[in-house]
Write a protein that binds this ligand. Structure first.
Ligand SMILES: N[C@@H](CCC[C@H](N)C(=O)O)C(=O)O
Length: 257
């Protein structure tokens, strides 16, 4: 079998992207997806995303983590898929598409994609961390110097130790001059990634909820670049949450399997 794929990245969170409107991709083949995402034995990516037809909306997003398993929402992946849909001519500058956590509105202008994330009604605040679901589960913890922090060791400990079988993504955060610097240990990749869209969204909302910031448009620096999160806040819940940043096509190839 031969499958055409594209590689995209959004602030360094990278994805194998496949147009599966024909439904010909072998979706149940976890091993194949895992191998395609492997950086030595495959294309190499943090995840694989299928663009499929949707009955009511512009298209449907189906997301797999690098481990080969279908997972919850991926914010950067969603932004990259909007760029891919635009490249394929499926959408123009505006879209509404379906994903595992529901409907998403998005706009694209050049390389910049702005993606509406789900509303968040609850931010659980613990003594030294917060936990919330922004489409995917996220642990958010402030640390003194995130650039010198052992994200892999500490993230792995929390991901398995605190959240049981289901696990959580784990974000470490330090305030900077404009907003926050964030590094994320990602569930399903089981490593630090250069950026996590649902993660930085969780950080922005958690920092606002705890009173660490009054901003409702928050710039966030990640290892792979810069993102911005904007939202409206009312009585501790969050609506009109938008994740904005670059999403770029990197290359095209053929998978022979
Ligand atoms: N990279 C992502 C998050 C992807 C989902 C995550 N690995 C999980 O399984 O929860 C993003 O940009 O949001």
């Amino acid at each position: 079998m031969q499958i055409t794929f594209y590689k995209y990245q959004g602030t360094g969170n990278d994805f194998v992207m496949i147009d599966n409107r024909s439904l010909s991709f072998p979706k149940q083949d976890t091993k194949l997806i895992n191998t395609l995402c492997d950086r030595k034995f495959g294309v190499g990516a943090d995840g694989l995303i299928l663009l499929e037809n949707d009955e009511d909306l512009d298209f449907k997003m189906v997301y797999y983590n690098a481990d080969g398993n279908e997972s919850t929402m991926c914010g950067n992946g969603g932004r990259c898929l909007v760029a891919f849909a635009n490249f394929l001519g499926v959408i123009k500058e505006k879209t509404t598409f379906n994903a595992v956590d529901g409907l998403h509105n998005a706009t694209i202008k050049g390389d910049i994609v702005s993606l509406q994330m789900i509303d968040v009604a609850e931010v659980k605040e613990k003594e030294n961390y917060s936990f919330l679901d922004t489409g995917s589960p996220h642990h958010v913890q402030l640390v003194d110097n995130v650039n010198g922090f052992d994200v892999f060791t500490e993230g792995k400990k929390i991901r398995y130790g605190l959240y049981g079988e289901a696990g959580s993504n784990v974000n470490f955060v330090t305030k900077n001059a404009k907003g926050y610097t964030v590094r994320t240990y990602e569930r399903g990749v089981e490593d630090e990634t250069l950026s996590c869209g649902t993660g930085v969204t969780a950080v922005a909302l958690a920092m606002h909820k705890s009173g660490n910031t009054n901003l409702t448009t928050i710039p966030i620096k990640v290892m792979g670049g810069d993102l911005e999160i904007s939202f409206t806040a009312k009585d501790g819940s969050y609506k009109n949450v938008y994740l904005t940043g670059e999403a770029k096509q990197v290359f095209k190839g053929e998978i022979i399997c």
